[in-house]
Design a binder for this molecule. Structure first.
Ligand SMILES: NC(=O)c1ccc[n+]([C@@H]2O[C@H](COP(=O)([O-])OP(=O)(O)OC[C@H]3O[C@@H](n4cnc5c(N)ncnc54)[C@H](O)[C@@H]3O)[C@@H](O)[C@H]2O)c1
Length: 429
């Protein structure tokens, strides 16, 4: 039975650990967050994943009961028992500066318990060059030689939250190894879960860079769609309709515009390339402009609301639907919704935001659609969630204030004629 330690039990680590556990591996998950570890061992998680009609909560319960999975704060037992060690902790970015310390801290703990024959597989998204230049020397502080005494692999993580179990299994994966034995061992471990193609490279840097470039390509694509949206709006045509038509071209894949680009991956990606590019004396003007474009969208969305207020902003109230970084997610890290709200609050507005999937608390968060709408001068729809009745226009009619309340629809869910028949003003992307 394969014995797997997974460091980091977040949006990637938890479903990955359970994916191995479901396939009869013995898995120990390690995290530094005591309340997370306690919740997981009690079968509690807020994640919104599912696999073959079973929720992640059911899967977690089953794997705890079968003894295939447990969570812990202390890596000693995991390092003693497990021979496959997977790292999924992130490198957060703050004000454009990345912080590798979660990854280096984990690798130092691993080095202390590393045994001959172990495989360390890094799955965090990293600045190209990190596995070789930073991680490898830390692991060799164990006194063992990488590629000989222990094995080192890097495999990029490509899942989208909400589809994690399915994509671990069915998304083609990319893997690299320090040398042939490392690559073969990493490939064998990944293939326990991944049934799709697993592309091999013998250079860590290729797989690290591909991952960051995959993310940036989506960021740039969205920035382009945002610009197309402004053009289409001025022309009086619907950008979502334009994209639907354009994407029937077999070599075109435009992503959709929205309230901005959020989450852990896309907004951070450029900041994993820029320092390295600077070090090498290379400019990345297009990529930088795309990031700035996407960073600027929440302000434009907030202005759509501010320009429609019937009263001065400091007397106004705005209802926000959706705090998550994307539709049907419980993750509101780096969410454009918070940026939109920040602009509204800065202008003096009161904000009441409703998102039933996001567990975090905020002063502006309310517990129902009714509360968000009641006494507001308009509604902004920023992320969709299940079981929210966005089309309850009679409720909005009853609850919203002013002669012509506004709805800012960044999700393309309303028909203009219907919204206007209720006397609302509709603003779209
Ligand atoms: N979230 C996604 O959809 C996604 C998709 C592809 C790739 N990635 C990448 O995967 C990595 C993880 O992302 P995530 O969204 O799961 O992050 P996350 O923040 O949800 O999870 C990281 C976990 O690591 C834990 N942690 C931090 N320091 C630790 C330490 N020293 N020891 C043990 N645990 C520690 C945190 O408490 C947290 O629970 C990142 O590199 C990210 O870029 C994420």
């Amino acid at each position: 039975m394969e014995k797997v330690a997974v460091f980091g039990l977040g949006f990637v680590g938890l479903p990955l650990a359970l994916s191995f556990a479901m396939r009869d591996c013995q898995v120990i998950g390690i995290d530094v967050d005591p309340s997370l570890v306690e919740d997981l061992n009690n079968g509690i998680t807020h994640h919104l994943e599912s696999y073959q009609s079973r929720s992640i909560q059911e899967i977690l319960g089953e794997q705890l009961a079968s003894g295939h999975f447990k969570a812990t704060l202390d890596c000693t037992e995991a390092m003693e028992k497990c021979t496959s060690i997977i790292v999924t902790v992130g490198a957060p970015v703050d004000e454009g500066q990345y912080d590798l310390s979660p990854v280096t801290t984990v690798c130092r703990s691993i080095a202390q318990g590393l045994k001959p024959g172990d495989l360390v597989l890094i799955r965090s998204t990293l600045i190209p060059g990190t596995t070789r230049r930073v991680i490898l020397p830390i692991l060799e502080e164990s006194g063992m030689k990488a590629g000989e005494d222990f094995f080192l692999g890097y495999s990029s993580e490509r899942i989208a939250e909400g589809r994690a179990f399915h994509e671990f299994e069915n998304m083609p994966a990319a893997v690299s190894g320090l040398n042939e034995p490392s690559l073969e061992k990493a490939h064998a471990l990944i293939s326990i879960v991944t049934k799709a193609e697993i592309v091999k490279s013998n250079q860590f840097e290729v797989v690290e860079a591909a991952k960051v470039m995959e993310n940036i390509s989506r960021d740039v694509n969205i920035a382009m769609s945002q610009e197309f949206a402004r053009f289409a709006r001025a022309l009086g045509i619907d950008i979502f309709e334009v994209i639907r038509v354009a994407n029937t071209h077999l070599r075109v894949n435009l992503l959709t515009p929205g309230p901005g680009v959020g989450g852990y991956c896309l907004p951070n990606a450029l900041y994993y390339l820029l320092p390295k590019a600077e070090e090498m004396g290379i400019d990345l003007p297009l990529l930088t402009l795309a990031r700035q474009t996407n960073d600027g969208i929440p302000r434009l969305v907030a202005e759509m609301a501010l320009n429609n207020l019937p009263v001065p902003a400091d007397q106004a109230c705005v209802g926000v639907l959706g705090l998550a970084m994307k539709d049907y997610s419980n993750d509101d890290r780096i969410s454009p919704a918070h940026d939109v709200i920040h602009h509204l609050l800065k202008a003096g507005c009161q904000v009441k935001a409703f998102d039933p999937a996001v567990p975090s608390r905020y002063p502006y968060k309310v517990d129902s659609l009714e509360e968000a709408a009641k006494g507001s001068h308009g509604i902004l729809v920023l992320a969709l969630q299940k079981d929210v009745d966005y089309h309850n226009l009679p409720l909005f009619k009853k609850s919203l204030l002013g002669p012509q309340p506004f709805i800012v629809d960044t999700k393309n869910i309303y028909q203009r004629s219907e919204v206007e028949s209720y006397g609302f003003r509709l603003e779209t992307i």
